[in-house]
Design a protein around this ligand. Structure first.
Ligand code: ZN
Length: 343
């Protein structure tokens, strides 16, 4: 099932796309920009389905004002095809090389076919995930198409980083930004739709930081509890650990083959708890309520400045790892910074 009403948060993006359908003002090119797992693909799919839906033409000309009128019907031929991933006029642009979308990908999958009219639908829609991986040459090849697109063409580029996009591309696309979803909405979704117990919903919500897909992944992940336990154990005992034990802890992270970002997020949430407790002496808003004795102890030992330094070090470690700086070295530096600043 895929409806606009299933999209949690992202009111502005939803409103823009629904209005485009309702007012028949669909652009030829969209960029949806936002974090990985934030739900960009889901939104693009709903929009594509709604545009192609056999029922929607009628609703549109009726001038339907309520959201329901522009939802894909899920019953017509096109909707059924789209749901099974076989709508011939909704084309997913793929790439073989994991880290680049090259000029040939664009030529073969978009430029070569865009001139051919849609088979049976009002639009011919291209959805490209990871658009930020397009090389400049690929973007220039796409630009030629974007300069004079056929009237039925809609190209949706999903990106995590607009800085990688040429300004000439940006200026020809409607750019829509995903926003963090409110914690209360994420928590409600996890508890009501995924039947996650409240303590776990709190944790997953805190770690997801407004990213609904990430919250879902965490809630569904069996590993998550292990990762959390490892991280918390490390944090409880780091003061008493020597460098060898710290190294052993790092090895464990690798052993679990976990997304290290997740692990670092857990550490960040812990220190935000420490900061919050130090400032308010109130345990009610802490994520790690259950570990209050350790939070308290750390808050007593750390200065405000020390906590800030640790939180900054965590962010720095994350960006280093994302830039492929040596894992062991980055983690060792981080853990030493943590040790130094909480005594
Ligand atoms: Zn339909």
């Amino acid at each position: 099932m895929a409806y606009f009403t299933d999209i949690i948060g992202q009111e502005r993006v939803k409103e823009h796309l629904c209005n485009a359908i309702r007012l028949h003002k669909v652009s030829h090119a969209y960029i949806i920009n936002g974090e990985r797992n934030a739900g960009k693909e889901f939104i693009a799919n709903v929009f594509a389905m709604a545009l192609q839906c056999g029922q929607n033409g009628q609703n549109g000309t009726d001038g339907g004002q309520d959201g329901a009128a522009i939802e894909p019907c899920h019953a017509c031929h096109s909707c059924k095809q789209a749901l099974s991933g076989n709508q011939p006029d909704i084309i997913k642009v793929t790439h073989e090389k994991p880290n680049t979308i090259g000029v040939d990908d664009i030529r073969e999958q978009i430029n070569a076919s865009i001139g051919i009219k849609p088979y049976s639908s009002p639009y011919k829609i291209y959805i490209m995930n990871e658009g930020e991986k397009m090389t400049p040459q690929a973007q220039n090849a796409l630009l030629k198409t974007l300069e004079e697109p056929p009237e039925y063409a809609v190209i949706m580029i999903l990106t995590t980083n607009l800085n990688n996009m040429l300004s000439t591309i940006l200026s020809r696309c409607v750019v829509l930004h995903m926003r963090p979803v409110k914690d209360a909405q994420v928590r409600k979704y996890l508890m009501e739709e995924m039947k996650v117990p409240d303590y776990k919903a709190d944790l997953c919500t805190a770690f997801a930081r407004g990213n609904i897909g990430k919250a879902k992944l965490l809630a569904a992940s069996e590993e998550f509890d292990n990762i959390k336990d490892e991280a918390v154990t490390l944090l409880k005992y780091i003061d008493d650990m020597d460098i060898h034990e710290v190294n052993a802890a790092i090895k464990k992270i690798i052993e679990y083959k976990i997304d290290v970002n997740e692990y670092l997020d857990i550490l960040s949430v812990w220190y935000r708890d420490v900061l919050l407790f130090k400032a308010t002496n109130d345990i009610n808003h802490l994520i790690f309520k259950g570990e209050i004795q350790y939070i308290k102890k750390t808050a007593g030992k750390c200065t405000y400045e020390g906590i800030e330094i640790i939180l900054e070090a965590l962010e720095r470690a994350k960006s280093r790892l994302n830039a492929n700086v040596n894992f062991d070295l980055t983690m060792e530096l981080l853990l030493l910074t943590i040790k130094e600043n909480q005594q």
